[in-house]
Design a binder for this molecule. Sequence first.
Ligand SMILES: Cc1cc2nc3c(=O)[nH]c(=O)nc-3n(C[C@H](O)[C@H](O)[C@H](O)COP(=O)(O)O)c2cc1C
Length: 176
Amino acid sequence: MATEKPTPVDKEIELDNTKYIESETDIHGNITDCNDYFAEISGYTKDELIGSPHNIVRHPDMPKIIFKELWERIKNGHNITAVIKNMAKDGRYYWVFTHFEIIRDINTKEIKGYRAYRKMVSPHIKRVLDPLYKRLVEIEKSDGVEGSKKALEEFLKEGGEHVTIDNLMEEIHRFY
Ligand SMILES: Cc1cc2nc3c(=O)[nH]c(=O)nc-3n(C[C@H](O)[C@H](O)[C@H](O)COP(=O)(O)O)c2cc1C
């Protein structure tokens, strides 16, 4: 397990578009398993990753509202997609198009954890989301998560009435 949080460095880590970054967590978001590519990109060893909370790679540019919405959906058993900016151990960042899946107990069907597969994000999506997320982080400082949620909904309205946080997370790939 690793404890110290790095200082962000404004340099991007490019991902290999043929590879997935994979991880599994318990119901609280503590990492229970991951693949070698996650360790390679994040700069943490598998030993450091496994047993750590998944916010080990949380980037300060990520607004709280995205994680709040994400958890509401997965806790209710919905597979979803989100675009996340993560921070590696050396402070550099990498964007990931993340698909979340629910792991259920074979017998009881209860949720026993979650799995995430991550792919590289296209430059266009990064150009749209980077300023949006940074703006939401600023709004959270003054108006809290509720203010940020309103701003996110306003932004999505510009994409058309049918674009909601719900379908953004369920079908994000169709909008970009
Ligand atoms: C399967 C799974 C994968 C996750 N992957 C990431 C991730 O790649 N980056 C990230 O910042 N948070 C990820 N999270 C969300 C974290 O658990 C956490 O909610 C988030 O980092 C916000 O942390 P905070 O509440 O301490 O601010 C993941 C959660 C789950 C269940």
